[in-house]
Write a protein that binds this ligand. Structure first.
Ligand code: 9MR
Length: 376
């Protein structure tokens, strides 16, 4: 029964893709997906037929979850990417097009790249995650100076109004605050970012309220990284996040969801089951939902065989998902990209990193299967 649902769900996803002019995708008897000959560039060899791949979105939905991925607006010209996004995802996250410095590097807003992603999502019936309203790394310099000199909340409120006003009807989850935790900064484990400097800890509650007022039906998310491994530092990060959530809840602040980025990292060992379990349990006990927002795996040793590396990446993914998916307050899982050639890990870590579900030729890797199996 489950298997049948998966196939039906996948076929439905493909039909949507076909309707909106993505590369035409056909499903074979075995469930494998091929691009149609009429879409292949003239006189170029057709890509090898990929092995049968089941859609992640239908596997996720059979558990009542969504599956999504971060997408860079500039990659939407790739018809293969479009068809795989439509097959695998029920939601997408703009990898950077919605960030403040991407929308308004000068004072003037330019929504064109973000609009492309939003219209792709709308045409294909995909939801969007709103990433992200406030992040210390994406504050444009004009806004940083204005905040530092005037400490005027209207600067933030105006940004929220523009972004939520434009995309609010498509976004189900807003990452209102991205990465507010930094135990090394003191201040109750909060990051001493430009917002904290201007407004103190209050900026978090005010941001949640400003966003909630404009998006009454969407989920209000605090999104954080560095919570998965067994080190004193990550232990402090887990604790600081929980304490922040407790303070917000006790004041009645409108936070309802925690985003766990889940940038897994084999150089840190394997995920710390007790720590993650405890974090998940405490979040659930506060009545909050969880979204896994940026799953990927940084490799430790790219000198091993590709088979070995792919299996280590898949095992780590599975270990992590097996812990978090025990909790029924999880809304869904998003990976931070789909294909290794579009991964931030290429530039941040090693250009050879293989920490996403597909390789550069869109062959599904063991990580894809690990996610499918974790959803089963
Ligand atoms: O992957 C993103 C990269 O392409 C951007 O250059 C960068 C700055 O905008 O942000 C990266 O995404 C980050 C996300 O927004 C927040 N969590 C960490 C992600 C990886 O750095």
């Amino acid at each position: 029964m489950k298997r049948r649902n998966l196939i039906v769900g996948a076929a439905a996803a493909l039909t949507v893709g076909q309707l909106v002019g993505c590369a035409r995708v056909d499903r074979t008897e075995t469930g494998s997906v091929t691009t149609s000959p009429d879409q292949a560039p003239a006189r170029q060899p057709r890509p090898a037929t990929p092995p049968p791949v089941r859609a992640l979105r239908s596997a996720a939905s059979s558990r009542g979850l969504y599956f999504g991925a971060a997408i860079q607006a500039g990659t939407l010209g790739d018809s293969r990417l479009r068809s795989i996004v439509v097959r695998d995802c029920s939601t997408i996250t703009p990898e950077w097009a919605m960030k403040w410095d991407a929308l308004a590097p000068g004072r003037t807003y330019n929504f064109s790249e973000m609009d492309q992603l939003a219209s792709f999502a709308a045409r294909n019936g995909l939801a969007m995650r709103g990433h992200t309203l406030l992040w210390h790394k994406s504050l444009p310099s004009w806004a940083a100076s204005a905040l530092a000199s005037s400490r005027d909340w209207a600067i933030i409120d105006d940004h929220f109004s523009k972004v939520i006003g434009r995309y609010g009807n498509q976004v189900r989850e807003w990452d209102v605050i991205n990465e507010p935790i930094e135990p090394n900064h003191g201040g109750r484990g909060l990051r001493n970012n430009q917002f904290y400097k201007a407004f103190g800890e209050d900026y978090i509650e005010r941001a949640l309220e400003s966003a909630r007022a404009r998006a009454p039906r969407a989920r209000m998310v605090i999104n954080e990284y560095g919570l998965e491994y067994n080190s004193g530092y990550e232990g402090q990060r887990r604790l600081s996040l929980l304490r922040l959530l407790e303070r917000l809840r006790s004041r009645g602040a409108p936070v309802d969801t925690v985003g766990l980025q889940a940038h897994l990292d084999l150089r840190k060992g394997t995920v710390y089951a007790d720590g993650i379990y405890g974090l998940m349990r405490d979040i659930r006990n506060m009545g909050l939902k969880v979204a896994i927002t940026e799953l990927d795996v940084a490799e430790a040793n790219t000198g091993l065989s590709v088979e070995r590396r792919d299996s280590l990446v898949a095992d780590e993914t599975r270990r992590y998902l097996d812990i978090v998916l025990q909790f029924n307050n999880v809304l869904g899982v998003s990976t931070w990209g789909l294909n290794d050639s579009h991964s931030w890990l290429r530039t941040q870590r090693s250009s050879a990193n293989r920490g996403l579900p597909y390789d550069r030729e869109w062959q599904a890797k063991p990580m894809h299967n690990a996610i499918l199996t974790a959803f089963a």
